[in-house]
Design a protein around this ligand. Sequence first.
Ligand code: GLA
Length: 394
Amino acid sequence: MTYEISSWPEGEGAARAAELFTGAFGGDPAGVWAAPGRVNLIGEHLDYNGGPSVPIALPHATYAALSPREDDRVRIASAGADPELWTGALDDVRPGGDQPTWVSYALGAAWVLARAGHALRGVDAAIVSCVPASAGLSSSAAIECAVGLALVDVLGLPVGRRELVGVCQRAENEVVGAPTGSMDQSASLLAGAGRALVLDTLDGSTELVPFDLTGRGLSLLVIDTRASHALVDGQYAQRRATCERVAGREGVELLGQVADPYGLLDRLSDPVEFKRVRHVVTEIGRVNEFVALVRTGAYDRIGPLLDASHASLRDDYEVSCPELDVAVEAARGSGALGARMTGGGFGGSAIALVPAGLVGQVERAVGRAYAEHGWDEPRFIPAVAAESGRRVLR
Ligand code: GLA
């Protein structure tokens, strides 16, 4: 038996959010907005280093039903959250405020928008989601972006999508307090169906590149290890600080701006700094090769790049964990053409590139390996590149 995490069709997500809204506040919402989770194909821990990454949006999305209010009150409901209904003033949601973390995710963008001088008003909002939580699939960015889109739309704020990426990232950095890069919010707001987003944080460029494995008899299998993963526990911030320290010594802000990265590697004497920088430098090279192969549709040749990315994240960046390593090895051993951890690491999910006919076999092999270790059963998503955030109900 294997367990696949299904997504909701758009109409179902919209109906669930609207129903929660009506139950909590009475009446219909002004609209419902959706924003997806993501999975990163390659280019890990590069978005805060001035490097490229290549995420796709998942069909799994967060749905926010929302109406503006006449005053500055905020009422926000989320099934399963603690508490399920939070009420306060707009100003209460701020860095260091005593709102629950889920409210920081949901309404942090309002604080950022207000600070930028936009005219905010109170809102009633209801949130539902089928993005698996704590799976490294950006359930948090999906909340930020769904509510962010809703606020901008319903209040008529002059904020474009690219700007909204930055707003939602700042919400996560400053209101939630997680020092992440912009990949998750970029994927949620700028990705495209059947496309991979090539995001380069060195120059801020983004490009949508066709990414359709099904036409080639291949499948992208996401493996949720269900191992715990916390970006705020200090490990992520430590990796980031090490990279910024080295960049600073080189007279630049980001490692991606170093003119001669291999020369830098030759000069680094601290073994930890050396490994962290080597991951960044080699991963940038792998992304470039990956994108070149994807552009020509040579999907059957990207597997070794996924494998090498995993080894680098495990050995040099040291952000993997036994559950991720076992998932990757079991997938490869049962027919995957390549596999790697994806997202921040320390748990969360892995991806495997699998010939379509072998998906069941790979799922069973990973499940068996987990059972042998006595771990919780892993969960799976055969992923396709889905569309980015949008209004789904008027
Ligand atoms: C988390 C962060 C992203 C990115 C990845 C690692 O998902 O939210 O900004 O840094 O880790 O690539």
